[in-house]
Write a protein that binds this ligand. Structure first.
Ligand code: HEM
Length: 459
């Protein structure tokens, strides 16, 4: 006997569209979970979605023998930009398989280590900017971290300098990307027959997509003409061969994956760094421990890649930040078979997205205790982290479709946090600031400002 999946009643045709705040959909999904529990369903424009928010159910849906990624909702719209690139490919698409096998080694530990100097180059530009501006300068936290992560990705993956720290305005590529992402979210809330009313938005959306792809094509062509010595991601995309069948990536697939890296990699990491500073500033004892660790391990020295493996507390701070604020806050899967049952009683069907609601799964009191909503990095130190039940911490997604850029993001974040704590003392601009979330495809803190005071002896 199948138990009906609970959920709020909706309107005819529109379903539960009005139950979701378009500005911060993830907050609405969390609020509904508080009311309906670890599994509920919503109907959006006639299509059912199942939302899962306990570790127990998560553990079940992470079984790749039974469930696989589905590209749906806003991600389906992003496909207009990135085609069958890694992030937006449907399970089993040939180009995904080739790109996956070619690019997994390019994101391997040795290659990521070799990107350390380029990462440090961009991190030093951020340090210089904040040092020059001085303590009175009100730092727009997410804005500066977005400059940092975008410049780092572009430099490390394709030897391109956006030079975001040398311009007042963000590079036009960033504006185009932000617009395409937010429009991708807006498009799914509009029934198709209303599209004609949004001609201006549609025009800009397709113009931005064209611009981003053309700029990427220029980069690819330029590299093909002037190959140079660099062994970065672009090199791997152009010259890599699928070890299974010898296939290479077509120019279209290279562009899909170049743009994918920028999209998938910069906002997620920028959000992580922004949330991390928010939590440190709200938790002075954690802040102190993190800074003391940097002082003990690195002191006044210029940071080296070898230092990064000696920062267990900062590692725990990163994990705890992504537990509370997984910056890619949800991913969707569907059953491999036509019908399946989860939790022993709920029937789910192929083609119906099941959404893993990470901020709730990561706060499941059955795993994280009654203080699950609190920021406590200690629970994420190796000795505790390694004892977590399977699939209790999944900010980087699942299985074969998990994040390929995880080692890149981790090294970058460790480096930046360590350098910033080494050079500066930080304070919130408004000590009473309470976290507000801004949401596109990813989440980040909204209206977060801080000040940076150079520490004694640092120049
Ligand atoms: C996939 C999170 C950084 C590239 C994913 C997925 C998640 C995720 C949850 C799975 C999405 C799904 O199942 O639909 C994050 C977080 C990051 C981060 C939290 C930083 C803190 C990066 C970086 C890059 C990157 C730096 C690139 C340099 C990708 C790609 C995929 C992916 C290409 C698709 C993999 C595939 O399906 O084959 N990421 N990501 N990510 N991420 Fe990341």
């Amino acid at each position: 006997m199948s138990t009906p999946i609970p959920g709020p009643a909706g309107w005819p045709f529109l379903g539960n569209v009005n139950d979701i705040d378009p500005e911060v959909p993830i907050k609405s999904l969390m609020d509904i979970a508080d009311k309906y529990g670890s599994i509920y369903s919503l109907s959006i424009l006639g299509k059912r979605r199942v939302i899962v928010s306990s570790v127990e159910l998560m553990n079940e849906i992470c079984d790749e023998k039974r469930f696989g990624k589905v590209v749906t909702a806003a991600l389906g719209e992003v496909r207009n930009l990135t085609g069958d690139g890694l992030f937006t490919a449907h399970n089993g698409e040939h180009n995904w398989e080739v790109a996956h096998r070619v690019l997994v080694p390019a994101f391997g530990p040795l290659n990521i280590r070799s990107m350390f100097d380029d990462m440090k180059d961009i991190a030093s530009q951020l340090v210089m900017k904040w040092a020059r501006h001085g303590n009175d300068y009100k730092i727009h936290v997410t804005d500066d971290f977005t400059r940092l992560t975008l410049d780092t990705l572009a430099l490390c993956s394709m030897d391109y300098r956006f030079n975001s720290f040398y311009a007042e305005q963000m590079h036009p590529f960033v504006d185009a990307m932000v617009n395409v992402l937010s429009e991708s979210g807006a498009r799914i809330r509009r029934p198709g027959f209303l599209a004609a009313l949004y001609r201006k938005e549609e025009y800009q959306y397709w113009k931005d997509i064209k611009y981003m792809r053309e700029l990427s094509l220029e980069l690819v062509q330029n590299r093909k003409k002037h190959p140079g010595q660099r062994k970065d991601l672009l090199h791997a995309m152009i010259h890599g061969k699928d070890p299974r069948n010898g296939d290479s990536l077509s120019d279209d697939s290279i562009i899909d994956n170049l743009v994918t890296s920028l999209i998938a990699g910069h906002e997620t990491t920028s959000g992580l760094l922004s949330f991390l500073f928010y939590y440190l500033l709200k938790n002075p004892s954690a802040y102190k421990k993190a800074q003391e660790e940097v002082d003990q391990v690195i002191g006044d020295a210029s940071i080296k890649v070898e230092h990064l493996s000696k920062l267990p507390y900062i590692n725990a701070v990163l994990r705890e930040t992504l537990r509370l604020q997984p910056t890619a806050p949800a991913f969707s899967i569907q059953p491999n078979n036509e019908v399946d049952t989860i939790g022993g009683e709920y029937t789910v069907f192929k083609g119906e997205p099941i959404i893993a609601l990470l901020p709730k799964i990561h706060r499941d009191p059955a795993v994280y205790g009654e203080d699950a909503n609190e920021f406590k990095p200690e629970r994420m130190l190796d000795e505790n982290f390694n004892k977590l039940p399977p699939n209790a911490w999944k900010p980087f997604g699942n299985g074969s479709r998990a994040c390929i850029g995880r080692p890149f993001a981790w090294q970058e974040a460790q480096l930046v946090v360590a350098m910033l704590l080494q050079y500066f003392d930080f304070t919130l601009d408004d000590a009473k600031y309470d976290l507000q979330i801004k949401s596109t495809l990813t989440i980040k803190p909204n209206h977060l400002y801080m000040h940076a005071q150079l520490r004694h002896g640092r120049t």
